[in-house]
Design a protein around this ligand. Structure first.
Ligand code: NAP
Length: 257
């Protein structure tokens, strides 16, 4: 969707992880259209180059770094690059996730569980821990985690992923409490079913698709761009008294713990 006519994020520097396609890219684009200087990142340099170019073609001040969120050196490079280029970091959107297991929760292997925990929870925390001092210096520090409706309501076949997203919502709330006195706000969004490569197998199976649609009061799958406005709001001064919150962006699907 289009940016607001008032550019609420001018002079802000925003880092978005896992942002070369899908929801992360849509968020980076929206923050850029709202005036922020954006740094995109993901694991593959070709994807980073293409995303940066696409954003620059829209007039967005964008640059990018290769960064696997599970790798400490990569996370350091991402922040060093941002601080070297712009001298500060005001916004961090932590968006990366993995889902190596689909099916009966009881069949998950140790290595699948470890990967889910490592990327979806541990790395998200470590990224935040490393970013907080920089966000504190900004004076407008904002951190947003991309959680999921699955973190509120179990989704059949996505048990372990749902558990990790519940943990991420808990992480977001606890971190908000821990860093409020440092003038850093921490919030999350919980998207519903959004059309991206990540959700392709769910959406493209006609049976599952029909089941999903029945659970969505708005009666359709969401588009990645439709998640980005909530993030733009959460990182702007429009939400200056809002922290520890999770905004559901899910077409009205039930979302409660
Ligand atoms: P997507 O379209 O598949 O995009 C994934 C992005 O993440 C790509 O840019 C990918 O680029 C990057 N990436 C993957 N693993 C990474 C890692 N370890 N480190 C850094 N970058 C990584 O996925 P999406 O649907 O937009 O999902 C984004 C987030 O939204 C996830 O947290 C997901 O759980 C959440 N979500 C999605 C939905 C949905 O229905 N789609 C619903 C609720 C929540 P490279 O391959 O170059 O690394």
């Amino acid at each position: 969707m289009a940016s607001s006519s008032v550019r609420t994020l001018v002079d802000r520097v925003a880092v978005v992880t896992a942002s070369t396609k899908g929801i992360g890219f849509a968020i980076a684009r929206r923050l850029g259209l709202d005036g922020a200087k954006v740094i995109v990142s993901s694991r593959k340099s070709k994807n980073v180059e293409e995303a940066v170019l696409a954003l620059q073609l829209e007039g967005i001040e964008a640059s990018g770094v290769v960064a696997h969120v599970g790798n400490k050196d990569d996370r350091k490079r991402l922040f060093d690059y941002t601080l070297g280029k712009h001298g500060k970091m005001d916004i961090l959107v932590s968006n990366a996730a993995a889902n190596p297991h689909y099916g009966d929760l009881m069949t998950i292997t140790d290595s699948q569980w470890d990967k889910l925990m490592q990327i979806n929870v541990t790395s998200a925390f470590q990224l935040a821990q490393e970013a907080i001092p920089h966000l504190e210096t900004s004076g407008h520090g904002n951190l947003v985690f991309v959680a999921s409706v699955a973190g509120f309501q179990p989704i059949q076949g996505l048990g372990a992923y749902s558990i990790m997203k519940s943990a991420l919502i808990g992480l977001s709330k606890n971190l908000a409490l821990a860093v409020a006195h440092r003038n850093v706000r921490v919030n999350a969004i919980a998207p519903g079913i959004i059309r991206t490569d990540f959700s392709k197998t769910l959406i493209e199976d006609p049976l599952k698709h029909n089941d999903i649609i029945k659970r969505i009061p708005l009666g359709r799958i969401g588009e990645a761009e439709e998640t980005a406005g909530a993030v733009s709001f959460l990182v702007s001064d429009e939400s200056s008294y809002l922290t520890g919150e999770t905004i559901s962006v899910n077409g009205g699907m039930e979302s409660r713990m």
